[in-house]
Write a protein that binds this ligand. Structure first.
Ligand code: ADE
Length: 418
């Protein structure tokens, strides 16, 4: 298989880090062992568009152990770990098409590179691969039995395709599995976003005024962790139910226009576009720091910030300063791209273990059932979700109680009352 990566000589460092991640992915390791024996994916061609990280390396190597032929491209231009890409090519002979810092053309050329081997299964994080297949690569559609989708934004896009009658093969919404979003979105994004902010800026969070835009599962993880670091946290929302939850979880809840002059640091995690825009920039105080933890770089209106600014310069690797006149400066982290993967390494392996166990088992499910499924967005089967929770607990050495026969009967009855 072909490849296009930055530097093959980085492979050794990539391999050591992949092995480190693998120590923290015990559930995936169990699946890998079984795949090695049973080879359930024998000959299956998979194209994956995921963040090229040490955790992803463990996933694609698991798929390979199951017999699949895997090609990999990046799902974000700034998240690629070039040493990991090198190791996957050198040590595992995978077709990897990704370089950190790819521009838009290179990013899409790499997606097409990963599609060169005519996949039967697609694996996405954000639906860029699926949307490429459904637009410029429609000749591939007939050969594809199904796909998987890792993230909330991707699932939202796929449901739009399904509603419009455009979805041409079944896709399993890995994101919506309990063992994915309750852990990866909340604790993974929570920790790795704080990690990204700290690596980028080295600021003290204790005592800071921290604004989180959104209160979905990712945003609530960020808010909890920021509070735990001693920040005063305000949440902005458009959904009344979520706003109410945020208020009762103990956060300040306010409109973004109120939060704009209040906050020291703003993190977007809404999945929507132009959440922080011109009027907010104008109202912010000197020194405000902005970053994004949503999948796409559309949440902060960077074009407006550029238009409003009289000068800009790079202050640190991931910190850009925008001068807004009158001595006011605003700081944008990682060009508004996913802060946790651009300035840090994404979610820790311990949580990606469950997300990628869902991915591996979803692909196995497609391999066994794909041709019989409808062209809709499907959940990960509930038995798989529960089994992953069971295995994760086992790997953590945690044992739980079981229902007695009497309790089973009680739960199944309706006659007993007051
Ligand atoms: N998404 C968030 N964190 C990730 C990681 N570490 N690897 C792959 N995808 C991710």
């Amino acid at each position: 298989m072909g490849h296009d990566i930055k530097d093959l000589s980085l492979a050794d460092s990539g391999r050591a880090r992949i092995e480190w991640a693998s120590r923290h992915m015990p559930v995936l390791a169990m699946i890998r062992e079984r795949f090695r024996e049973e080879r359930p994916l024998e000959g299956l061609r998979i194209s994956a568009c995921l963040h090229v990280t040490t955790e992803t390396a463990n996933l694609v190597e698991t798929l390979k152990e199951g017999g699949a032929e895997v090609s990999l491209c990046a799902s974000n231009p700034l998240s690629t770990q070039d040493d990991v890409a090198a190791s996957l090519v050198k040590d595992s002979s995978l077709g990897v098409f990704a370089k950190r810092g790819d521009d838009r053309d290179a990013y899409y050329a790499h997606i097409e590179g990963a599609l060169e081997h005519c996949p039967q299964v697609t694996m996405d994080d954000g639906a860029d691969l699926i949307s490429t297949v459904h637009s410029r690569k429609r000749d591939l559609l007939d050969g594809i039995i199904g796909g998987t989708e890792e993230t909330t934004t991707g699932v939202v896009r796929l449901r739009s395709m399904e509603r419009a009658g455009e979805l041409r093969y079944p896709v399993i919404a890995v994101n919506d599995s309990n063992t994915k979003y309750l852990f990866d979105n909340r604790y993974g994004t929570g920790q790795s976003t704080i990690d990204g902010i700290l690596r980028a800026t080295n600021i003290l969070l204790a005592g800071s005024k921290f604004v989180v835009c959104g209160y979905g599962w990712c945003a609530r993880g960020i808010a909890i962790r920021a509070k735990g670091m001693g920040a005063a946290v305000a949440v902005t929302e458009v959904d009344p139910l979520r706003a109410l939850e945020a208020a009762m979880d103990g956060f300040l809840v306010m409109q973004l226009r109120e939060a704009a002059p209040w906050g020291d640091l703003f993190v977007t995690s809404t999945g929507n576009t132009r959440v922080i825009s011109r009027d907010h920039f104008a109202a912010m105080k000197d020194g405000a720091i902005l970053c994004n933890a949503g999948h796409f770089d559309v949440e902060i209106d960077i074009a407006a910030l550029e238009e409003m600014s009289t000068g800009r310069r790079l202050i640190r690797d991931e910190v850009e300063e925008f001068e807004l006149g009158g001595g006011k400066r605003i700081y944008l982290l990682s060009r508004g791209r996913l802060i946790n993967l651009s300035a840090a390494e994404g979610h820790p392996a311990m949580v990606m273990d469950m997300s990628f166990a869902n991915q591996a088992l979803a692909v196995e499910y497609l391999a066994r059932n794909g041709t019989g499924l409808n062209n809709v967005v499907l959940p990960v089967p509930a038995e798989i979700d529960r089994e992953i929770a069971r295995l994760k607990l086992q790997s953590m050495g945690i044992r739980i109680d079981t229902l007695t026969d009497e309790q089973e009967r009680y739960l199944a009855s309706w006659e007993w009352g007051t």
